[in-house]
Design a protein. Structure first.
Length: 290
């Protein structure tokens, strides 16, 4: 006898509402609208797309997650996400593939809606941070998200995006962090001068990363922990300021910092991508501090 094909579904306990089947339903439109900033501002919520980001959102900040949307297929593939959401009281809603695609073509069948992350700068400064990434006029969402991910991997204390930078809740930023957005404090919407001033008052060395820097990051690593007077010590608490992808840091922004540091180009490349340069700088500090 030929056995019937296996049917995958989430447990009855997890399914708290009927399955969504209409991709043109108002709820579906409302979730999709969160890809735009006006809807995020009105609702105070944002879209989390894809299994990795949703997994970390549920695991780290479940109290801020309102709804989890999954297809039956995704629920079978990622049962740990559904189980964690249900255990933390998050409403789990199933939908057809068409519905989930309408909510997010990038969600891979897994989407969540969460409260906007509002981390005040004072919360980061309550303890002297050891390592901070500051994004000034960074407009590309992929770059911004990748820097957040790199900062998380390097063990940074926080990331700060100035008010001139991309919205940290932009869906591409959120996806590019690969869940790191929910691992460390990310401050947004503050001024660069305000941020640098507050960090310096705490004794944090503020370094600008720029190709024209007078200090070579390799040389700074060589003397970390025993830097002579006038030379930045990467072993000390440090904040790195990274500028715009196209024009870097403005003269007035560089002037706010303690020193300007370059990442040397050994080969024939004209320059490094912003996120790549930021990763090099953050890991240099992490190595020196450890």
């Amino acid at each position: 006898m030929t056995s019937a094909p296996e049917q995958h579904s989430i447990s009855p306990d997890a399914r708290t509402v009927p399955q969504l089947t209409n991709p043109r339903a108002e709820r579906v439109k409302a979730v999709r609208a969160l890809a735009g900033r006006p809807a995020r501002s009105r609702s105070g919520r944002f879209l989390v797309e894809g299994p990795q980001s949703v997994r970390e959102a549920v695991r780290e900040t479940a109290t801020r997650v309102h709804d989890l949307y999954v297809t039956e297929q995704a629920a079978a593939r990622y049962p740990e996400i559904v189980a964690a959401a249900s255990a933390r009281g998050v409403v789990v809603r199933t939908g057809t593939p068409d519905v989930l695609d309408a909510m997010s073509p990038d969600g891979q069948g897994v989407v969540a809606v969460a409260d906007l992350l509002a981390v005040p700068l004072d919360a980061v400064l309550a303890r002297v941070p050891r390592l901070v990434a500051v994004l000034a006029h960074v407009r590309d969402p992929g770059n911004a998200g990748t820097v957040v991910r790199a900062a998380d991997a390097a063990g940074a204390s926080a990331v700060v995006l100035t008010r001139e930078s991309v919205d940290v809740h932009n869906p591409k930023v959120v996806r590019s962090t690969a869940g790191s957005l929910f691992h460390l404090p990310v401050v947004a919407g503050v001024g660069l001068e305000e941020t640098v001033g507050a960090l310096r008052e705490l004794g944090v060395t503020v370094l600008a990363a720029d190709g024209t820097g007078e200090h070579d990051i390799d040389d700074l690593l060589d003397v970390a922990g025993a830097a002579p007077a006038g030379v930045p010590d990467l072993a000390a608490p440090t904040a790195w300021v990274f500028g715009n992808e196209a024009w870097g840091l403005r003269d007035e922004d560089r002037a706010l910092t303690d020193a300007v540091v370059r990442v040397p180009i050994r080969g024939r490349a004209e320059s490094l991508n912003l996120a790549t340069a930021a990763t090099v700088c953050l890991y240099a500090s992490a190595r020196a501090q450890r």
